[in-house]
Design a protein around this ligand. Structure first.
Ligand SMILES: [Zn+2]
Length: 108
């Protein structure tokens, strides 16, 4: 990675992927001395997860350890996927053949 890229890519949105899918995340919980908890979702492949995080009360929270978060691997179903859930390709071929015969019968 070049120096210019590193400079411009730093920031909270660096780990977001354009396709709308998210990089794997791990939840990191911080606890301040008053017992408040703050949970931050950091990218699992983030180089550095801070050891402390500012609590909303103004104190510093201490990292409790990363808690794995279920991956957001929800597959975006296409119309084709939904069709295949109801019918097999063999069904579709039979259906197509049937419809073609109907169409041919009408045409003749
Ligand atoms: Zn606090």
């Amino acid at each position: 990675m070049s120096e210019s890229m590193r400079g411009s890519r730093l920031g909270a949105t660096s780990y977001e992927v354009d396709s709308g899918q998210f990089a794997p995340r791990a939840l990191t919980t911080y606890v301040c001395v008053d017992g408040h908890r703050v949970t931050m979702p950091f990218s699992a492949d983030a180089d550095e997860i801070p050891d402390t995080w500012p609590c909303s009360c103004g104190l510093q929270g201490i990292q409790m350890g990363a808690v794995p978060q279920p991956k957001q691997t929800k597959h975006v179903r296409t119309h084709w996927d939904m069709l295949l859930e109801r019918r097999t390709v063999k069904d579709l071929e039979d259906l197509l053949k049937e419809r073609l015969e109907v169409a041919r019968a009408k045409a003749s």
